[in-house]
Design a binder for this molecule. Structure first.
Ligand code: SF4
Length: 169
């Protein structure tokens, strides 16, 4: 990458990490903690991510908050597909990350079976501090990604990383 391209990438990374527009895909009890982290006590606005968008076309951060059952899985996949690039995904809580203690026939055992996940936040539910910690991790990741003005496609997969975006098609 040349000097100019590197500077553009760094600038875009800095801007994007502080202007996240969240689509909260909230399905269960973790939603209470999402509300807590978004409210004034924990103040997610300090990280530039305070403004939820309820249209996937206007969001670049999909926060999957709660248990996803198999009937909801295609809807989640569609929401993800409707978001424009670049976009990122956070699995909020153990249910979204791995199915949690709902190890049964009706629950998706982790959203990474259908969409790629950038950050997993553990906890049942995670405390707001954990959510903010996960958000900071995501910001670091965004800042270190390669960005460009002309091509907003995601980078090629890392070695060993599976492309899970096509599995439900
Ligand atoms: S992780 Fe715990 S709090 Fe969150 S949705 Fe699952 S059961 Fe509810």
């Amino acid at each position: 990458m040349g000097f100019f391209e590197k500077m553009v990438s760094k600038g875009l990374g800095w801007a994007r990490k502080y202007s996240l527009f969240t689509y909260p895909f909230a399905t269960a009890c973790c939603g209470m903690e999402y509300m807590s982290v978004a409210s004034s006590r924990y103040d997610i606005a300090r990280f530039g991510a305070e403004f939820p968008r309820f249209s996937p076309r206007q969001a670049d951060l999909l926060m999957v908050v709660g248990t996803i059952n198999l009937k909801q899985a295609p809807i989640l996949k569609r929401v993800y597909d409707q978001m424009a690039e670049p976009k990122w995904v956070v699995a909020f809580g153990v249910c979204a990350s791995s199915g949690g203690f709902y190890d049964n026939y009706a629950v998706l055992q982790g959203i990474d079976r259908i969409i790629p996940v950038d950050v997993y936040i553990p906890g049942c539910p995670p405390r707001p501090e954990q959510v903010l910690d996960g958000l900071i991790l995501l910001q670091d990741k965004i800042a270190n990604e390669r960005h460009s003005l002309g091509n907003n496609q995601k980078l090629p997969l890392r070695p060993g990383q599976r492309d899970l975006t096509t599995e439900l098609k």
